[in-house]
Design a protein around this ligand. Structure first.
Ligand SMILES: Cc1ncc(COP(=O)(O)O)c(C=O)c1O
Length: 370
């Protein structure tokens, strides 16, 4: 009996960094300082440097990071924001929470990332920003997105929740637009032991405004300039993230090697493999393939003890949350198709070559039996 292969082995990650994580916890416990202290300040400096950005502001989660960037840019009621039709719903919710309207743009079929060629037709006098998502860890096609944004005077907000350390033309995510939102949800490439997020930017005004909005709209304790929020990265999570940041590149490299292995082993299988463009180096947050007969394929993998997931089974515009909006009526045929065909295979820094080989073996046998 072969042992189960988890979709992502977070326990193994913690085992590898056990001493560092224990020390981080002990430091924060001893300090007895839990909100906005040295750990958060140090992590902000370290993560900004990692992204080659000037500023990083710790936030409570990735959704709030996106939302606060929009608020900092004064984007709100009456404004439209271009978003991918194919993304996790948080990208859309941030726009909705800001009071603006998400306008879906279909993806490029092979990369699943937002299609820059469709921006032009979607821009109206109300359009204020575009949020490219670096989906599955692969940077979106940023050069034409930034060019179109410049031409139409739009802000570019990177949703980098899945793409810590990925690069586009050699530049790290976080500095590819006006500001970027990161998530440190536990399963991310850089994951906390709870919720966490950050805004990264080279724009001091955005950084300052986001910082105030995240902390009750105040620069100075008990002085409130804006009707802000309480959404801050906490000291304990920052300390854990400081323990993990030094290994992020190494762990991403392990993901790259495993993705290459999948690509080689599955090259002639009857499925669509991920495609990474020349300009991009993916952080391989997810390894997503497209298959016909998804149910049968997923059942075979699950029966063999292999953890698989779907990212995502329902496009945001098809969710009940958006049923009463114009987005529900938008033609998002490609997002619909992807939602029916995508399967995410196990990937992560603690998956072995042998485990990848086993996944491929089961997958190839299943596809051959159709
Ligand atoms: C593409 C994308 N955007 C935004 C988010 C929101 O991040 P969080 O879960 O930290 O709020 C996530 C992850 O959950 C995501 O995958």
């Amino acid at each position: 009996m072969t042992s189960a292969i988890p979709f992502l082995d977070i326990a193994a990650a913690h085992q590898e960094l056990r001493n560092e994580l224990d020390a981080a916890y002990a430091r924060v416990m001893r300090s007895a300082w839990f909100i906005l202290g040295n750990e958060v300040a140090a992590f902000e400096d370290e993560f900004a440097a990692y992204c080659t950005a000037k500023y990083c502001v710790g936030i409570g989660n990735g959704l709030d990071a996106l939302h606060l960037i929009l608020r900092a840019l004064d984007i709100g009621p009456g404004d439209e924001v271009l978003v991918p039709s194919n993304t996790f719903i948080a990208t859309w919710l941030a726009v909705t929470h800001a009071g603006a309207t998400p306008v879906p743009i279909e993806p490029i079929a092979v990369t699943h990332n937002i299609d820059p060629a469709l921006i032009e037709a979607a821009v109206t006098p109300r359009t204020r920003a575009i949020i490219p998502v670096h989906l599955y860890g692969q940077p979106a096609e940023m050069a034409p997105i930034v060019a179109a944004a410049k031409y139409h005077n739009l802000k570019v907000i990177e949703d980098a929740a899945q793409a810590h350390g990925a690069t586009y033309h050699g530049m790290r995510t976080g500095v590819l637009g006006d500001a970027a939102a990161f998530s440190f949800y536990p399963g991310k490439n850089l994951g906390a032991l709870g919720d966490g997020g950050a805004v990264v930017t080279n724009d001091s005004a955005i950084a300052q405004r986001v910082r105030e909005l995240s902390n009750y709209g105040s620069k100075q304790k008990y002085v409130h300039d804006h009707a802000g929020y309480n959404t801050r990265l906490d000291e304990l999570q920052a300390a854990f993230l400081r323990a993990k940041l030094p290994v992020l590149d190494e762990w991403n490299a392990r993901r790259v090697a495993l993705a290459d292995r999948y690509m080689t082993r599955l090259a002639s299988a009857n499925l669509l493999l991920p495609v990474v463009t020349n300009a991009a180096e993916s952080a391989w947050h997810l390894f997503v393939v497209r298959v016909k007969e998804r149910e049968r394929v997923m059942r075979a993998l699950t029966d063999a003890g292999i953890g698989v997931q779907i990212h995502y089974p329902i496009p945001p515009g098809r969710s009940a949350a958006y049923a009463k909006t114009n987005a529900a009526a938008a033609d998002c045929a490609l997002a619909d198709t992807l939602s029916r065909e995508v399967v995410s295979l196990p990937i992560g820094p603690h998956l072995s070559n042998e485990q990848v080989d086993r996944v491929c073996e089961v997958l190839l046998a299943t596809l051959a039996a159709s």
